[in-house]
Design a protein around this ligand. Structure first.
Ligand SMILES: Nc1nc2c(ncn2[C@@H]2O[C@H](COP(=O)(O)OP(=O)(O)OP(=O)(O)O)[C@@H](O)[C@H]2O)c(=O)[nH]1
Ligand SMILES: [Mg+2]
Length: 247
């Protein structure tokens, strides 16, 4: 009987060329009024209400440069407030944002005008988030004449430098101002996202999605535990009252 040909060795995973993603999933995060919803419109062409506070995460999709692009817009963090002053519902929406584009976003675009307390808000999503983050500067049309974005970043001080280091130097500028949008800026942004996705082996931020699910489960368990303790306490009080009445 002829022997079966031995199976050819599988190529090592490391040598398999990674195909670029056929769709991109992006989450917009940052302070209130920094231009997240307007940036969503600049990227997709339309779809988000801007100029008024976004009150919950909004998901929109469109074809951009022949690619399906999903954008999740989020409510903004308060200016100058540390994380512990951020309302619960805003934290919740921040955590929810990355679960709305399963299996997870390719990139978080962190919109920046002032860097104070930005780091702790972003790290609500875990330390690994920085591998997926690109700083996005808006309102560049309002920079003083003759000041380039590079000069603006250099003058931005230690806080901004740290954010940039955390993002391994990844940043982009986008003008959302009426009439000043430049389509090549969106194309270049998507190219940067694809490049970052390639360095992340095209893996989405899915580890985090699981963590978020675990966190919310833990929170539910905690709430259930607290409720149970309260019920026990009330029962004990009632028993005590009944004992007092009997004596
Ligand atoms: N000049 C200029 N104005 C901008 C730019 N981006 C946004 N704006 C304006 O800034 C204001 C706030 O923009 P939004 O997109 O609503 O801000 P947001 O971050 O979504 O705000 P929240 O939903 O409250 O968190 C709007 O009036 C925009 O027109 C920009 O690049 N240049
Ligand atoms: Mg908004």
């Amino acid at each position: 009987m002829a022997s079966l040909p031995s199976p050819s060795p599988r190529p090592a995973v490391d040598h398999v060329p990674l195909s670029p993603p056929s769709e991109l999933r992006l989450v917009l995060l940052g302070r209130k009024g920094v231009g997240k919803s307007a940036a969503g419109n600049t990227i997709l062409g339309a779809g988000f209400e801007f100029g008024k506070p976004t009150e919950e995460c909004i998901k929109r999709r469109a074809d951009v440069d022949g690619m399906k692009v999903t954008v999740i817009d989020t409510p903004g963090w308060e200016w100058y407030y540390p994380l512990n002053s951020t309302p619960d519902w805003v934290r919740r929406e921040t955590l929810r944002s990355v679960t709305l584009c399963p299996p997870g976003p390719h990139a978080v675009l962190l919109l920046i005008r002032s860097e104070s307390h930005v780091r702790e808000h972003l790290e609500l999503l875990g330390d690994d988030i920085w591998r997926y983050t690109i700083l996005l500067f808006t309102h560049c049309d309002q920079l003083r004449e003759g000041v380039s974005i590079e000069q603006h970043i250099q003058k931005g001080g230690k806080g901004l430098q740290t954010l940039l280091e955390k993002c391994r130097g990844r940043y982009h500028t986008l003008s959302n101002s009426n009439g000043l949008q430049n389509p090549t800026h969106v194309t270049e942004l998507l190219e940067k996202v694809e490049k970052m996705a390639a360095t992340n082996r095209c893996e989405a931020f899915s580890g985090l999605v699981q963590e978020v699910a675990t966190l919310s489960r833990q929170r539910n368990e905690k709430q259930y535990q607290r409720l149970k303790e309260l019920q026990d306490k009330m029962l004990r009080l009632e028993l005590k009252e009944a004992e007092v009445k009997e004596t």
